[in-house]
Design a protein around this ligand. Structure first.
Ligand code: NAD
Ligand code: ZN
Length: 251
């Protein structure tokens, strides 16, 4: 299976990657289901919603600051690194991710489309203010604060710049992702359950426009039925082997 995937990738013209929480599992970022479902007796689906934020912004911010602290302790794994290298080799043209953990950027991926936002960005609930806390060097201070974060422009409440359950995906990102999918002749789908739409359309678009779907996952997913090559295994381990085989093929 890995050999077949390596051949497809080495022969390809325009490869994109589509990743979900599973690509970061080996870095120690739990998938929502891998959390054991629970944080302080809450399911992620009960906290990552606009309703939860309206009802109890303190609780939702506490959850997000806990996740920020957890993610800050992690680093990219072999899968993130292999994708960044495939981009430098000119094979991979973009990574489209549903993750908010910033690990693809940390690994060096340049063309990154974040469909669900970024946990290290905040935005104002009232004006257009946005801030990337890593760029302003304020992450540590931000997560340490107990009080609710306020907008420096208009003093309204700030919220995580992520897409919550029930919210639409950002227009610009979804348009870019769909147009990349139309151009792609191969999509590498890694660690996503493939049940959340419209994001799960991405591999479908590649398939319908004549491209190939390669999937890496520890389990079968919603994408598996349309996968041309399904490789069962951990993202980091498989991507490391795949990268070596591709290098062997293109010399
Ligand atoms: P998901 O939790 O629904 O699915 C994760 C998938 O990864 C599953 O199919 C699982 O079989 C697979 N997987 C687990 N470990 C793996 C490994 N080591 N290698 C390969 N595959 C592995 O995640 P999702 O489909 O991305 O959807 C949940 C949403 O929750 C995401 O879209 C995201 O916005 C959010 N989320 C983000 C993060 C993050 O940023 N790292 C973490 C949890 C949840
Ligand atoms: Zn504001």
């Amino acid at each position: 299976m890995i050999d077949e995937a390596a051949k497809l990738l080495a022969r390809s013209r325009f490869v994109i990657a589509f990743t979900g929480a599973g690509v970061s599992a080996e870095s120690g970022v739990p998938t929502f289901r891998g959390l054991g479902g629970l944080w302080k007796h809450y399911r992620a689906e009960e906290l990552a919603t606009p309703e939860a934020f309206r009802r109890d912004p303190h609780l939702v911010w506490e959850f997000y600051k806990w996740r920020m602290r957890l993610i800050l302790k992690t680093k990219p794994n072999a899968a993130h690194m292999a994708l960044a290298e495939l981009e430098r080799m000119g094979i991979l043209k973009a990574v489209i991710t549903q993750n908010v953990d910033d690990l693809h950027r940390e690994a060096g991926t340049e063309r990154l489309i974040e469909l669900h936002g970024n946990i290290f960005r905040v935005r104002c609930t009232n004006c257009g203010y946005r801030e990337y806390l890593k760029a302003s060097g304020r992450v540590e201070k931000f997560v340490g604060k107990k009080s609710l974060p306020k907008c420096p422009k208009c003093s309204s409440l700030l919220r995580p710049d992520v897409v919550w359950f029930g919210e639409p995906l950002p227009r610009k990102e979804i348009d870019e992702a769909f147009s990349l999918a139309e151009r792609a002749d191969v999509v590498l789908v890694i660690g996503t359950s493939g049940v959340v739409y419209p994001a799960a359309y991405i591999p479908q678009i590649v398939k319908e426009t004549g491209g190939k779907v390669i999937e890496i996952n520890t389990e079968r997913s919603g994408i598996t039925p349309i996968a041309d090559v399904f490789i069962r295994g951990k993202a980091g381990e498989i991507m490391e082997q795949l990268l070596e085989k591709i290098k062997g093929l293109i010399g």
